[in-house]
Design a protein around this ligand. Structure first.
Ligand SMILES: [Zn+2]
Ligand SMILES: [Zn+2]
Length: 311
């Protein structure tokens, strides 16, 4: 009898060890095939004088490079930024995402247990609090553009209740039907969602676009995969600075520059279509290979925000 038990325990341990080793291999580097550099030129843009860009850091989560992309090290600690971006434009300002809001603790409590036990975060001040502290006139805000509707990008929406939240139709649907992935967005009352069409033609290798001001200064393109209605926001400043706010297409710059997708576990839990994520990583990688001065800004990479001044 005892012999049978020890055999059973030994077999179970062997299965667990094999599963653990198999899981570890999914964190190994596995760069996606290198795409040819993008062949076109940068699209023309006429950003108006006075247009500026500012970051509003609202907090961090403590992660590691291994969590963010294949080939990253478990010992390489990365604090993921939760940062909203203010685009000041004479025709009305935009926020790109909101980061953590004042009520982020209550929002975090809505996330599933497996997420809460593996996530620790710190909040600073919400985007609305920072705008108010700077004496900013919030009636200047024309809208909040969401790269996507996950908790850490929408948590501050409730404090900006007068401002429309601009989303694609696919993301609007995902907010209603996305289960726990969009529970926080659904929990925030009285959000004024406005949907927009991506009917502006191809842009930098992406099949469609939406030119917010009709001057090429802020152009939104579809980048589905992480969520069904994820977008990338391209911003061109009067001095010629070019930025691509890629949301969570990748979590750290290595995702684009080394073409390393998220590890299997993170893709499985966090992405709705990993093949589409790969497709869009390669589009951005081909742009990064062609244009040295295009600042690619993953929403959670602190290094990518270094080039953007605070408000
Ligand atoms: Zn996300
Ligand atoms: Zn995120």
């Amino acid at each position: 009898m005892r012999r049978r038990w020890t055999t059973w325990i030994g077999a179970t341990m062997a299965v667990f060890i094999a599963a653990g080793l198999a899981l570890l291999t999914t964190f190994r580097a596995a760069p996606l095939p290198e795409p040819p550099p993008f062949e076109g030129e940068l699209p023309r843009a006429s950003p108006p004088e006075g247009m500026t860009l500012h970051k509003l850091p609202t907090g961090i989560t403590h992660r590691s490079a291994a969590f963010a992309y294949r080939g990253g090290s478990f010992s390489d600690a990365r604090d993921f930024t939760m940062t909203a971006v203010l685009v000041r434009h004479p025709k009305g300002d935009l926020l790109i995402d909101t980061g953590f809001g004042r009520d982020v603790d209550a929002h975090f409590a809505l996330m599933p247990a497996f997420f809460r036990v593996t996530t620790s975060y710190e909040r600073t001040r919400s985007a609305a609090e920072q705008l108010d502290a700077a004496g900013y006139d919030r009636s200047r805000l024309r809208g909040v553009v969401l790269t996507h509707a996950h908790w850490d990008h929408v948590s501050g929406m409730g404090e900006l209740a007068q401002t429309p939240v601009l989303v694609t139709k696919a993301e609007r649907k995902f907010i209603e039907e996305g289960g726990f992935l969009t529970a926080v967005a659904r929990s925030i009352p009285a959000v004024r969602y406005e949907t927009y069409e991506l009917d502006g033609g191809a842009y930098l290798g992406f099949p469609a676009s939406h030119d917010v001001y009709d001057d090429g200064s802020v152009v939104i393109v579809p980048a589905p995969g992480h969520t069904p209605g994820s977008v990338i926001v391209f911003v061109t400043l009067p001095g010629g600075g070019r930025f691509a706010f890629v949301g969570d297409l990748v979590w750290q710059l290595e995702g684009i520059l080394q073409r390393e997708e998220r590890p299997w576990l993170q893709r499985t839990l966090g992405d709705t279509d990993e093949a589409l994520v790969r497709e869009n990583i390669l589009r951005m990688a081909s742009l990064a290979a062609r244009f040295d001065d295009l600042h690619v800004v993953p929403a959670h990479d602190a290094r990518a925000f270094a080039a953007i001044p605070a408000l």
